[in-house]
Design a protein around this ligand. Structure first.
Ligand SMILES: C=C(O[C@@H]1C=C(C(=O)O)C=C[C@H]1O)C(=O)O
Length: 202
């Protein structure tokens, strides 16, 4: 297991998830990212030339190993755990962990088990039935950075999966520099403040 995976995974494992209505965000830009209801991958792809997924791990996980809150959201089901790093132009932006129940990967959704380095969001959001609910947020301290994470349930053909995303410091989510606090160094560099590409309706 890579050192990064260990650090980010343990940060997510220890997250104090809160309902969005209990969190006051005074940065509209950050709020809009954290509450994105559509595909995060598609949105990220507009902020870089090359959006890519690095598959860090994918393994079966028994229902008995799920946390009680995960069980409450998915039911007591065996899952596939998919762990990725989403990159924009080679820079890690998001650490993602998805629990995909075995009964979700049935029928037309069998391919979800074989996505490899294809973004899950591209697959899920091509389906008309795709929707997201149960959004929760958490603020986490990872090394010296105070970062945001979110967790939500994605549904495809009324079959659920649970996606947790930790937004790393270089992610465009924090493009308003005031949105991230750095404990020690007290600042971060400038980054692109607008998407590289815009789409009709954006
Ligand atoms: C869930 C989405 O897909 C992203 C892609 C992931 C993957 O490929 O495993 C994981 C987390 C997500 O941020 C999305 O685009 O909304």
């Amino acid at each position: 297991m890579s050192k990064f995976k260990q650090i980010y995974q343990s940060a997510l494992d220890n997250a104090d998830w809160q309902l969005t209505e209990n969190i006051h965000l005074n940065q509209p830009q950050l709020q809009s990212w954290l509450q994105e209801n559509g595909s995060l991958s598609r949105r990220f792809a507009r902020y870089c030339h090359q959006f890519s997924v690095l598959l860090l791990a994918q393994e079966p996980i028994k229902a008995s190993s799920l946390q009680p809150d995960e069980k409450a959201m998915l039911g007591p089901v065996d899952c596939l755990e998919r762990i990725v790093l989403l990159h924009g132009d080679g820079v890690p932006w998001v650490f993602g962990r998805t629990l995909i129940p075995v009964p979700t990967m049935t029928g037309e959704e069998q391919d979800i088990a074989r996505l490899g380095e294809s973004p899950l969001g591209y697959r899920v959001f091509t389906d008309q039935s795709a929707r997201r609910d149960a959004l929760q947020l958490a603020r986490l301290t990872v090394n010296d950075d105070v970062l945001w994470a979110r967790r939500s349930r994605l549904w495809v053909k009324e079959k659920p999966m649970l996606v947790a995303e930790l937004f790393l410091a270089p992610a465009p989510v924090y493009q308003d520099n005031s949105a991230i606090q750095r404990h020690i160094t007290g600042g971060i560099g400038q980054r692109e403040s607008r998407p590289l590409r815009t789409k009709v309706g954006e």
